[in-house]
Design a protein around this ligand. Sequence first.
Ligand code: IVH
Length: 692
Amino acid sequence: MDKPPSIEIAHQRVLELRERIDHHNYLYYALDQPEISDAEYDALFRELRTIEDEYPELITADSPTQRVGTTQITTFASLPHKAPMLSLDNAFGEEELLEWDRKVKRFLHLPMDTAVEYVAELKIDGLSINLTYREGKLESAATRGNGLTGEDVTPNIRAIPAIPLSLRPLKTKRNEDLDLFASDAPSYPVLIEVRGEIFLTHQEFARINSENEERGASTFANCRNAAAGSVRQKDPRITAGRKLDTFLYAVGYCEGWRFQSQYELLQTFKEWGLRTNPNIRLCNDIHECLEFIREWSERKSKLNYDMDGVVVKVNDFALQNELGNVSRSPRWAIAYKYPALQVRTVIEDILIQEGMTGALTPVAVLKPVAVAGVVVSRATLHNEDEIRRKDVRIGDTVIIQRAGEVIPEVVEVVLEERTGGEREFQMPVECPFCGAPVVRPEGEAVTRCPNPDCPEKVRQRLQHFVSRNAMDIEALGGKRLDQLIDAGLIRDEADLYRLRMEDLLPLDRMGEKLASNILNAIEASKKSPLKNFLYALGIRHVGEHTAEVLCEHFGTLDRIALSGEEELSQIHEIGTVIARSVHLFFQDQRNLNRLERMKAAGVNPETESREGRSNILEGKSFVFTGSLEHFTREGAEEIAKRNGGRISGSVSKKTDYVVAGENAGSKLNRAEELGVTVLTEEEFLKMIEWKS
Ligand code: IVH
């Protein structure tokens, strides 16, 4: 950019850029409705930074470029809350919630058949935070601490882009009773404590853990710990590098503003640019809350962040005041808890599992126990350090938990149950599968088997190779692949493509039909899309998404194989860790030999053709529901994506189209309720001018 001609003009432009950046932050975080691409946003940001570099006198503390400080925090000072941060009483099960509703009415002297209006919200499982805004500017941020005093984490919280540094003025007039809206009245409070939760998405949690693992640092046991650890970093730049997110839902102390109800509070937050959770419902009575709770019992595992229940709040603040608090919890709110995902059981043994990259993970063999309807007999212990930290021994009674879809894990030992007969676990010094001496590099948490031919490593790699999102050789699912490995027919991926009928027929429980199914499936996999093949290779740090990014960029496997580390790390979304891993993979002669043999056998992964692609659906979001006639749901979603559309799992006001097939259920109803356009499969196909 040319140097602006004068500081006045530069100042003008700086103000304009800050306003635009704030506006786009608001669209993105508060409204969840971005209007520009990330690249366009970055360009605005860069321009602002360039001008500020040129004219440092124009920099102000609330400039978006000034979020991340560079000063190390030595200790977190304590910071008293102006109003205490309360906790919530729990209701376990529907009956306890109904009982609470009756208690509310008794306390308010209302007849039992009156309906109290409630707001139902997700209970976000993160770290509670108290943000103080004075005259609309973020002044400080504190953790909950003991409820009265927390830790001052302001520099770290400022580094989270989802938290606005300034509140946006309200457009609509409110609070007339306070006389706040004379024409010159401010449109935010003099002083307000905004409360909410800081959390991490599952993807970001996995990313942080794999990065930590790569550096040999210890990993976090769950999203909440990772969020708490990130907020309590001594270097705000590290916090800034973790994509922390927030949902805000309550007010503590407040001066110069009055809210009428919880629902209105949430709407006002949104207008101020404070990010709120979209999954809330204003309920006419407790039964509608129960419906919300039942719906989320199904949907909660699909969220990309952790929630641990539903908070039900009396909507009307006048009633809330009347109800008041009992000890440290309000009478006007309650946390409904879904049936325990944490249960007690006994560790009968600790085994070692090997992953396809050779990582040796200790796994607890449990006395089988049901956790939220699923019988669990294994739980991960992560690594040697975790076992030491939690002091887990064989024979211990432990608490285990299942969070979302994640593998169950051991949370803690119930020390009172120790009898003295428990045995400490020692990490093996030799790989239990091949006998090779294990390695655990200095400072790393993960122990690995270094033997590239370790049979267990190969078995895991092959399992991954044939799995659904990789080469999708379904006929080799389950035990079938093991059978071929055990019979010595396949030692690596390339061997699959040399299998013949006469190799298979002598095997146990193998008829001609099954054998030809297997051979056909293997044959068909030769034409898999390149991104599936790349993912199937099991390169460390190359998940499905990364594989897709690499294929989009390079187009052919040869181009990927020949690219340098530097070139790889230039690609958007490819960091140095992935770049190094990909580069190393294609440097390894064994891998090249395997690829060569597969190629010779006719494995010819195809780059997705540009054909059938368009931008026709650019910016439109789709939900597919019911069974379709021409495609599977995934197939139809893929087509929408190829034409620029976005896919969502649930219907909201922001959904542009719901494509409904046969037997479409609640999503269709929801679309009709919200007035979202519903398309038949035919109409959808017409939209993209599909020619089959
Ligand atoms: S309201 C008076 N709403 O749950 C308490 N809390 O167990 C006001 N939490 O400390 C809290 N999601 O950190 C409220 N939608 C939500 C929540 C929520 C998570 C946390 C919060 C609180 C804890 C109480």
